[in-house]
Structure formats: C-alpha cells, structure tokens
Design a protein around this ligand. Structure first.
Ligand code: ATP
Ligand code: MG
Length: 471
C-alpha cells in the first residue's frame, strides 16, 4: 500500500497517542526520579524528525540563565494548549494578582510570525544535588535562525515588560532599619510596599506644570544614550518647595507610581556621619527615587566649616559628622557614577533657608513650587473626592472657585473639607463656609501684621525679609 500523507499522520498520531499513554502510566506507577527521566526521554521520541528542540536550562554554570527566567515570566501569559492537564497558580506578596506557572511535563503552544512553537517544562528530580529545571522549545528546523535571532529576543523583551507591569513599588526607609543593624553600624534600608495611591491624575496642581513634570520624567528615562554620550551621570534632581499640605509628598508618590521606581526615604537626622551616608546610598538600587524630606530642618546642613578642605573626599574619616559637602559630593559623584536612572528629590517648606550651594544651577535640575490651591487644583480634588466634573457639575463650584482665587488655602485643607461628607451639597457647603472663615482670618492677621510693621523701627531688616520670603 503506498504511503499517503493521511496514513503517515495516522501512524504518527497513534505513536503520539501511545507515547501519551505510556507517559501517563509512568506518571501513575513509577517513582518520581524514574518518572521524570522517562518522561523527558519520551518527549524527544515524540518530537517529529523535522523538529528541532532548544534546551533552556535554569543555570548556565553558576549564573542564572536569563532566557530561562524570561520564559518563566512569559509563558504563563500565553494560551494553554488543550492538552494541558495542569498548571500551577501562585501569588506572592509582591504580586498584585494570581499568576499561572507551567507544571512539569506540560506543554504550551505559541505562534510567532507564522512559526508554530511548543514549549515544554521539565523537572529532573535529584535528591542528592537538587532538582534540575529546564524548558524545551520545539519548532520546525527551518525556522532555527528566526527563533534564535528574533523570537527569543522577543520573549526576553516581553518578560521585561511583564515584570515592569507587575512590579509593586517599594518604599525603603532609612529609619525602618532594625536595632541589630544600627548596633553594628551597618546602616540598612527597611522596606514596605508603597501604598500611596497618588497619581498624576489625583495630584492637584496646575495642568501645565503637571504636563511639564511628566514630559521631563519621560525624557529622562528615554535618554540613556544621551547621558552616556555627553558623559553625564544618568540622574535627575528635583527640588519641591512650598508650604505644608500642598502635595510635595503626594507628588513624589505620583512620580514613583508613574515610573514604577522604588522610593528611598532618607531620614538625614538618623545618619551619623558621611560613612553612614555612603553605606546607605551605595545600597540603593537603579531605577529609584531617593527622597530627602524637609532638607532645611533635618540637619544643620548650613554648617560648612569643613567644606573647602574635606570636599575632595568627604568619607575619608568615618568620624566626620555629616556635612553639606558630604551630601553634595554624593549627589555629584560616587552615588551617581555607580548607578543608573536615579532621581533625587529634596523637599522643603522654606526654599529661602537652603544653602545656596544646594540651589546652584546643575545641582537640582528642576525646581517645583507647590503652592496654595488654585481653581484648577480644586477641580481635580472635587473630581477625586466627590466625582464632580464637567459632565457632573455642581452649582456651588463657581462660588468655591471664586473664594479659592482670593484665599490662601492648601490642597490638604480643601481635601479635608471635601472628605467630611459623601453628599456634595453638604461637603461643598462646608467648604464655602471654611473658605469664608479663612479669608476673614487672613485679612485680620494681615491687618495686625501691617500694624506691627508700622510700629517697628526701620532698621529691623532681617525680620521683614523673613516675612516676605514665606511661600
Ligand atoms: N496637591 C495635592 N493634590 C492632591 N492632594 C493633596 C495635595 N496636597 C495635599 N493633598 C492632600 O493632603 C495630604 C497631605 O499632603 P502632602 O503630604 O502631599 O503634603 P506636603 O506638601 O508633603 O506637606 P509637608 O510639607 O507637611 O510634608 C495628602 O495626603 C493629600 O490627601
Ligand atoms: Mg511631605
């Protein structure tokens, strides 16, 4: 009888069927080490002659195999083949949702530019040396170059993107470190998940400024090659200044959530000397935001006694007290040259009290003034808290906006009023009364201030300067 395609297929199907049968019997009857051995051998037998199989082991010598790691992340996101009988599910505290993982000896099929590919996950059990894990990728041998040259790089890139999507942003705090670490002066970061829900949609600030910051961040992460070309460390410094409750910390959380960068919150008052600072900064990771809040009041950084002579090597003596020179040298030097994609944010309520060295051009790239609530800031808060927006307006909004224009009120104060009731009439009515009271109070205190100034002798320059500089 001549061999037809259909008879070949049916012969192949019956061999394949037998292989599946033997494999499932082996799974039921044999002890685990023998079972995985036979199963992996059968998978080779099952592979048609025109196919080729790439073996992707978990380790390459002592190092992790990145292709294996990428497959682990990528494969759960593609469709399960009808023959898949089991898969594993898991959720760690770093993951936002339940994820799938391939179970041993199971297969999934993928298609890439019209090439059909089959992945199989195998585990070879070995009590003495530990189990070995590998993926086997099979496809028609004519696609070998395409799979190695295009498909595997695609899997690597997809895995990076998936990991980025799943990433939970972490908040590392220098004051969360344990007593043990303190006593051995091994300064360490303690970490928790950054649960701050702030995003660029929920931060109340002028739309143009928001747009400017988002564009600046986008440009920064895009410009790896540019920074390399011009020989600059890939870092960016932001100074956020403004009165309490204007959203400086909220903006930092929005930046971190937008970029999915971890946040390192450095508590300078707990840092004893330059050497501590060095240890802390060197243990931060790439793609992170280092935050130093209230830079004007945490340490006496205006003390520049040692600035000139020690600035070359602020870490030379571990007994050195933390100095401004130590801090600035780190920003400019060591920390930035050994890391990539770093953002540093300083916040202050009093920009005028900062040492000019910190404000010098090139040190902090972007200065952002977070100020009192504006009508457009109020619109964002009204939408956040009461779901009031253009399509769902409220008659009191006009009055609130008028009052906000002429009153110094922080977004935190407005937010607090809006939170007092779910009923928009009640919450906005309360806000109107609050703003009116606030305006009367501020007019009264302005009058008192005027009266005090009029009584003051003319030579008292300092006090009047300070009064004007308050943001
Ligand atoms: N611009 C804003 N947009 C949205 N919410 C804000 C804004 N400013 C303040 N809030 C609200 O007020 C709270 C306090 O704000 P936040 O901690 O960001 O202020 P801050 O400027 O960092 O204050 P401080 O100078 O005291 O550290 C926030 O949790 C948020 O609910
Ligand atoms: Mg703050």
């Amino acid at each position: 009888m001549p061999t037809t395609a259909s008879s070949l297929f049916s012969a192949y199907a019956s061999v394949a069927g037998s292989v599946m049968l033997v494999r499932s019997m082996a799974n039921d009857l044999l002890p685990p080490p023998l079972r995985s051995y036979i199963s992996s051998k059968l998978s080779y037998l099952f592979t048609p002659l025109s196919s080729i199989t790439l073996v992707i082991e978990e380790y390459s010598g002592a190092a992790c195999n990145q292709v294996y790691q990428a497959a682990e992340v990528y494969l759960p996101t593609i469709n399960i083949t009808p023959s898949t009988k089991s898969f594993r599910v898991r959720k760690t505290n770093r993951q936002r949702s339940i994820s799938r993982a391939m179970d041993k000896n199971q297969q999934v099929a993928d298609t890439f530019e019209n090439v059909n590919l089959t992945w199989q996950y195998t585990v070879t059990e070995n009590k003495k040396y530990g189990n070995t894990h590998q993926f086997e990728l099979s496809f028609h041998r004519k696609h070998r170059d395409k799979v190695i040259g295009s498909y595997l790089p695609y899997v690597l890139a997809r895995a990076d993107a998936i990991k980025e999507d799943e990433k939970v942003v972490k908040l590392y705090s220098s004051h969360l470190c344990s007593e043990y670490d303190r006593s051995y002066s091994k300064r360490k970061w303690g970490s928790v998940n950054l649960e701050h829900p702030s995003t660029f949609d929920t931060v109340a600030m002028e739309p143009e400024m928001k747009k400017m910051i988002v564009e600046d961040l986008d440009r920064f992460v895009r410009r790896k090659e540019f920074y390399k070309k011009v020989g600059k460390a890939w870092k960016r410094g932001y100074l956020l200044y403004g009165p309490p409750g204007t959203g400086k910390s909220s903006l930092i959380a929005a930046m971190a959530n937008y970029l999915r960068f971890d946040v390192y919150d450095l508590e300078l008052s707990g840092v004893q000397n330059n050497s501590d600072l060095r240890k802390l900064l060197l243990s931060t990771t790439n793609r992170s935001i280092l935050v130093i809040e209230d830079i004007d009041c945490t340490v006496d950084l205006q003390n520049r006694d040692n600035w000139e002579d020690k600035s070359q090597d602020p870490t030379r003596s571990t007994s050195n007290k933390l100095t401004l020179s130590g801090l600035l040298n780190f920003i400019d030097g060591l920390w930035s040259s050994c890391g990539d994609e770093r953002i540093i944010v300083f916040t202050t309520n009093h920009k005028d009290r900062l040492d000019p060295a910190l404000l010098r051009p090139g040190r902090m790239d972007v200065h952002i003034h977070m100020s009192y609530c504006t009508p457009s800031g109020f619109k964002v808060l009204a939408s956040n808290y009461l779901d009031i927006h253009e399509d769902n307006p409220h008659s009191l909004c006009g009055e609130v906006e008028g009052l906000i224009k002429s009153t110094e009120v922080t977004p935190a104060e407005v937010a607090e009023e809006l939170m007092k009731s779910d009923d928009a009439d009640v919450a906005l009515g309360g806000l109107v009364n609050f703003l009116k009271r606030k305006r009367i109070e501020s007019e009264k205190s302005k009058e008192e201030e005027e009266a005090r100034k009029a009584k003051r002798p003319k030579t008292d320059h300092n006090a009047s300067d300070e009064g004007e500089a308050v943001e």
